[in-house]
Design a protein around this ligand. Structure first.
Ligand code: GLU
Length: 427
């Protein structure tokens, strides 16, 4: 069956993410992919991955892999995939079409397109910016096939968007000044152009271009730092797009449901790492302890060795989970259960007293530790905060989650060994 091609109605939405594999995509690029994906899924359309590897010198297969990994890690699955370097014959044919129409000329090896038009203004109705126009006279003849036989971005992009039946081009604002050239090519071929939506760039906190220091890292780096894919998706979706209500937590399926191009903001969103941290904390909190245990075990940044001691790992995780912003924090907040910290021990007499208290605990579990030690405080008329602090310093030499719970993670023997060590070090 022939696909319906009515430009207004009944056309199946087809969008593309068209990265150049000249680097690892940073989160700004991936946000473009995400918006395309959300729109495609919302409209029951297709999301196409088109690798624009027409810059032979700077494109690498490693970057193609990183692009795919970045999409895969977020679950942004594409319906079909193209590589422009495999389509050279198609661009050639299209050069011929334009040549026949006498719209090209060759110069120093490269082919140029004659940017002639009788219009004063080249304009379109941008889905984000509204009516956008450029004076036609500023558009000079431009190269469409380079001397190495590869097409330029302009030709490849237009030919492919047409051949791949792309209905909506959603891309970064940095391409807005290329769009008039593309429109001239559409006109020259006699094709109906797609709709355009140009996305304002994400800016850094200083309202300047997002730098690596501000957070213009790749999605893969964020994953390595212990951020969860769901948190990254949620965070990126709200950079430049706003849902109707004030709900902030959206799973991917909810985003698909809510997404609409009309709610993409004309103004640049500001990157805020605190917001990403907030989302990550929220998504960590949503995990069950079992899920979190699995994630922490699999996280490559976890160096604490806990194999063979599942129960302790589970106890530690339930104890420290509220303190985690990323998975990478686990090592740091849990280390006290594996090696002591660096804080100075309290006075010998205080530690001796704490040791007696510990020795008097019968069954070694959180409940009896709590009962016994609270009773010890009362009977010996101790200052509770001071007593707990003594234990904290003697056993962990660092800050801890609630001390009785923390003690219960270790065995009684381990606690005694640590206390004896503190006695040795104390003055
Ligand atoms: N290859 C361009 C880029 O890397 C694609 C621009 C477009 O989507 O048309 O951003």
């Amino acid at each position: 069956m022939k696909e319906v091609e009515d430009p207004e109605r009944g056309r199946k939405v087809r969008v593309r993410y068209a990265p150049s594999p000249t680097g690892v995509p940073h989160i700004g690029n991936i946000r473009t992919a995400l918006f395309n994906y959300l729109f495609a899924k919302k409209e029951n359309g297709n999301f196409i991955l088109r690798i624009e590897d027409t810059d032979r010198r700077r494109s690498t297969i490693e970057h193609v892999d990183k692009i795919k990994e970045s999409l895969e890690v977020l679950g942004l699955n594409w319906d079909s995939e193209y590589l422009q370097s495999q389509r050279l014959a198609i661009y050639r044919q299209h050069l011929e079409i334009l040549a026949k129409k006498r719209l090209t000329y060759q110069e120093e090896g490269a082919w140029r397109f004659k940017a002639n038009t009788d219009k004063n203004q080249i304009s379109w109705n941008d889905l984000v910016h509204g009516q956008v126009g450029f004076p036609a006279k500023i558009i000079e003849d431009f190269i469409i096939i380079k001397s190495d036989g590869f097409p330029t971005y302009h030709l490849a992009s237009v030919v492919d968007d047409h051949e791949m039946k792309i209905t909506h081009v959603m891309r970064g604002d940095e391409w807005i000044s290329s769009t008039p050239k593309h429109l001239l090519l559409y006109q020259a071929f006699g094709w109906q152009p797609p709709s355009f939506a140009h996305l304002p760039p994400i800016l850094g906190p200083s309202h300047k271009k997002l730098s690596k220091r501000d957070g213009a890292k790749s999605v893969l780096e964020y994953i390595d730092e212990g951020y969860l894919p769901q948190a990254l998706i949620n965070f990126l979706a709200l950079l430049g797009w706003a849902p109707k209500g004030d709900q902030e937590i959206f799973a991917l399926a909810d985003l698909i449901h809510e997404f609409s191009v009309t709610r993409i903001n004309k103004n640049s969103p500001i990157f805020n790492i605190e917001k990403l941290n907030w989302f990550n904390k929220k998504y960590l909190q949503k995990l069950s302890t079992e899920e979190l245990v699995e994630k922490i075990k699999k996280f490559p940044g976890t160096t604490l060795k806990m194999s063979g001691n599942e129960k302790r790992l589970t106890n530690v995780i339930s104890l420290v989970r509220d303190r985690l912003v990323t998975l990478a924090d686990f090592d740091q907040v849990a280390s006290i259960f594996f090696t002591k910290g660096k804080l100075e021990p309290p006075s010998k007499s205080k530690i001796q007293n704490a040791k007696k208290a510990i020795l008097s605990v019968g069954t070694w579990d959180e409940q009896s530790i709590t009962q016994r030690l609270n009773n010890w405080i009362t009977v010996n008329k101790l200052d509770p905060a001071d007593f707990k602090n003594t234990l904290r310093l003697a056993v962990f030499a660092d800050n801890t989650p609630p001390i009785y719970q923390s003690l219960a993670v270790l065995t009684k023997e381990e606690v005694i060994v640590r206390i004896n060590d503190a006695v040795k070090k104390a003055k």
